[in-house]
Design a binder for this molecule. Structure first.
Ligand SMILES: *Cc1c(COP(=O)(O)O)cnc(C)c1O
Length: 794
């Protein structure tokens, strides 16, 4: 059985029934929220069947399950995702239309589940989608943050953070499991047994994750923290009303917010508790499920593959050993072996400040038994390898080293990144454990990032090569033969134009700006970070503005520059860059001389849903990080797949994108990773670069003179000084090449035929960047988990 099809009338009946029976509303009083919830519940009913079927098949096959442990799952909205995977999009549209409702409006009412910072969390969400599409039994495990990541607002151009309220409304997709709870201990003493001083309860909430055509569904299980004692009645009866709720407030704090920072060692104690909380609950759940199937604990690794998404769940090594040794009586040396056979670790960054380290005192206070086990792991590692790499060093516990030593496989996320992992952060461990580090280049799910977000292009592709590309993205190659066909190229550009019009409308609604859909849409959306160099982009924008003003009658290609992204609340420089972009945008957008040819827009609160509107409309994708710093990037893949051309450096997966789409269809600039390292050793490299670049020098003077901060000329002295004195990310060195390459982009954009060929080839040759291909790689090289789908496709 495939493709759970449903007739519009049946779906409508179910919607009306849910409206009445689940929500207690009639059609007269139903709000948009009521309709959206009713449609969601009606579709959710259809997910249950394939979900149960997948679980039964998994038990029958007695196979291995993948457990993906991640601090973040940036899933976004689910309604459309479920509708397309069920093949129920048209039925939903029609059922609602007959009730006088607009499907697209109903879909947009759903808040984003923003349980992640950026790429790492979005990757976890794409992996869940691919695991279900491929029919590999899997669980995602994470935290059910009550407030997710913060909501970004701008006040006078500055970022303001506001608590996010996605759970203020009912989260329609999840099933609460009040009976699935585990005790999580902290602190206390070890006297033979660990006696924690403090205990909280982890309570499971399950969301089914449906794959393409509804053939398979896995589970995302998120943990919520609850107190062991719901309410301190003693205090309450003594009149201490506030004291009575303190234990509850402390326990619930653990699943309150996602630390809004993925690159610094933040949060200390609460963050460590969060990491242990969800890792321990997940492992207890895994071991319980394994036990319920009646296997010998010695065979755990034959049935369990645990993937650690970065070091956040790295406590899984010692925790699994603790469960095996302390609770199941496995001998310590064997427990270490079993744990390692189960565990694998994905490294996501080379930024040294992002490799987690815990203060030894804090660690010993919070997890005393685990510290003992880590000492045993370290001794075992040192004696077996003769290594000099320690896990506990400089009064801290190093989670990268712990994850590495306890994993049977360590992977980087792009070819370049994996090589740099071997040569830099884990050079010594790579010598101690040759062959342990492998590569799995990231990917993105084509269901969300093409089929769903780009209907015009989806329809064109379906008309041209059929629909089987959706779960076999390599088939996009078949489009290549059509690239010499002028009619196809016109249709391709018409699809792009339709997306640009949709974005123009969206910008009108969201930020009240009118834009010209004929202009080049040049987009940089991602977390704001010095290494990602939004700073260089806005400096180049100013240089371009200067050129237009110097030659107002020149033949300038009209451009719309769009920025999007949040900065970590404590990341001062990133917040200054946001302020600068907004200040520059105000000046440029009101300049009557340039207004028709250059505009800068920065819509606040970048998230998955915003990406789904922006990416299909992009002509140019900005992937301009300092070479050697972006581990992979996945935004770069989404853009290429949707027919945007990339202006980028040889960094992360840009390298592989360029190889695949062809160097003539990619705008390359900038120093290589090796040149970056060398350049930093040169005395006064940034002053030299500025002195040699009249464009850049002029722009920096304009900023320093307060041209964009009238009334507060000193506002950006810090930023400008940073470039002169500590330009660690080499904005100054790459600026001229970037500027010259942008001019080439302007020229290329005017040759419509050639541009459309390049754009179409980007789509046709991006099939390899499907997360289905990535997951197939993990399944084969790391997990050893076959698909349980019948070959007939059911
Ligand atoms: C894809 C995606 C990212 C990752 O973007 P990069 O450009 O690879 O950093 C971050 N946030 C959201 C919402 C995304 O969809």
């Amino acid at each position: 059985m495939t493709n759970t099809t449903i007739a519009p009338e049946d779906l409508q009946k179910s919607i009306l029934q849910h409206l009445e029976k689940s929500l207690g509303k009639d059609t007269q009083n139903a709000t948009l929220y009521d309709w959206r919830t009713s449609l969601s519940l009606a579709l959710r009913d259809l997910v249950v069947d394939p979900w149960f079927r997948s679980t039964r098949k998994t038990y029958e096959a007695a196979g291995k399950r993948v457990y993906y442990l991640s601090m973040e799952f940036l899933i976004g909205r689910l309604l459309e995702d479920v509708a397309i995977n069920l093949g129920a999009e048209d039925a939903s549209r029609k059922a609602l239309a007959d009730l006088g409702l607009e499907y697209d409006k109903v879909v947009r009412d759903e808040p984003d589940a923003a349980l992640g910072n950026g790429g790492l969390g979005r990757l976890a969400a794409c992996f869940l989608d691919s695991l279900s599409t491929l029919g590999i039994p899997a669980y995602g495990y994470g935290i059910r943050y009550e407030h997710g990541l913060f909501e970004q607002h701008f006040e006078d151009g500055r970022q303001i953070e506001v608590a996010e309220g996605w759970l203020a409304q009912r989260h329609t997709w999840e099933f609460e499991r009040p009976e699935v709870t585990y005790r999580i201990g902290f602190g206390g003493h070890v006297n033979g047994n660990w006696e924690p001083a403090e205990t909280v309860i982890a309570n499971a909430y399950d969301t089914p994750i449906l794959g393409w055509k509804g053939r398979w569904a896995n589970t995302l299980r998120l943990w919520s923290a609850k107190p062991t004692v719901l309410f301190d009645l003693g205090s309450f009866n003594r009149g201490d009303l506030v004291g009575a709720v303190v234990p509850e407030a402390l326990a619930r704090a653990i699943s309150r917010v996602l630390y809004p920072d993925d690159t610094t060692e933040a949060g200390k104690e609460l963050r460590l508790k969060q990491e242990y909380f969800f890792t321990s609950a997940s492992l207890q759940d895994i071991v319980r499920r394994f036990g319920s199937e009646g296997y010998d604990i010695d065979t755990l690794a034959d049935h369990v593959a645990i993937q650690l998404n970065d070091t956040h769940p790295a406590i899984a090594g010692p925790e699994l050993i603790r469960l095996l040794a302390d609770d199941h009586g496995v001998e310590m040396a064997r427990a270490i072996e079993i744990a390692r056979d189960c565990l694998a670790y994905t490294n996501h960054t080379l930024l040294p400040e992002a490799l987690e380290r815990w203060d030894l005192g804090l660690f010993a206070r919070t997890l005393p038994r685990h510290l003992q086990i880590i000492e045993t792991i370290e001794a075992d590692h040192l004696s077996r390898t003769g290594s000099h790499v320690r896990i506990i060093e400089d009064h801290s516990v190093k989670m990268g080293e712990l994850a590495f030593v306890m994993a049977h496989c360590v992977n980087g996320v792009s070819a370049l990144h994996s090589e740099l992992v071997k040569k830099t952060v884990f050079a010594d461990l790579n010598r101690d454990y040759p062959g342990r580090i492998i590569n799995q280049t990231n990917g993105v799910t084509p269901r969300r990032w093409l089929y769903n977000c780009n209907a015009p292009l989806r329809e064109l592709i379906n008309r041209t090569i059929g629909e089987s590309w959706v779960d076999d993205l390599d088939q996009l190659k078949k489009l290549e033969t059509h690239v010499s066909d002028a009619g196809f190229l016109e249709d391709f550009m018409a699809a792009k134009q339709a997306n640009k019009k949709r974005l123009a409308n969206w910008l009108g609604e969201q930020v009240g700006q009118t834009v010209d859909p004929a202009a080049m849409f040049d987009i940089q959306i991602k977390r704001i970070h010095e290494y990602k160099r939004q700073f260089m982009n806005i400096l180049e924008t100013i240089a371009h503005w200067n050129e237009i003003r110097d030659n107002p009658n020149g033949d300038w290609t009209p451009r719309l520059k769009i920025f999007g992204g949040k900065a970590a609340p404590g990341y001062f420089v990133a917040k200054e860059i946001i302020h600068l972009i907004n200040d520059v945008s105000r000046v440029i957008n009101t300049d009557p001389v340039t207004r028709d040819r250059l505009k800068v827009i920065y819509p606040p609160n970048y998230n998955v849903s915003m990406a789904e509107v922006l990416i299909p409309a992009a002509d140019l994708s900005e992937q301009i990080s300092t070479a050697g710093k972006e581990a992979s990037g996945t935004g770069n893949m989404k853009f290429a797949l949707n027919g945007a051309l990339t202006i980028g450096t040889l960094d992360g997966a840009n390298v592989e994108i360029r190889e695949r789409v062809g160097e003539e269809n990619f705008f390359l600039f900038g120093l290589t990773a090796e040149e970056v390292v060398n350049r930093r050793t040169q005395h006064d490299f940034s002053r030299t670069a500025i002195a040699n670049s009249p464009h850049l020098a002029r722009v920096l003077n304009q900023i320093a003179d307060g041209l964009f901060s009238a009334g507060d000329p000193g506002r950006y002295h810090g930023l400008v000084t940073l470039l002169y004195e500590h330009d660690y990310f080499l904005v100054t060195c790459d600026f001229d090449d970037y500027h010259a390459t942008q001019n080439k982009v302007d020229t290329a954009f005017v040759d419509r035929r050639r541009w459309s060929e390049m754009a179409a080839l980007n789509t046709a040759r991006s099939g390899w960047f499907s997360s289905d291909r990535t997951i197939e790689g993990y399944a084969k090289d790391i997990w050893n988990t076959p698909s349980l789908l019948d070959k007939s496709g059911s």
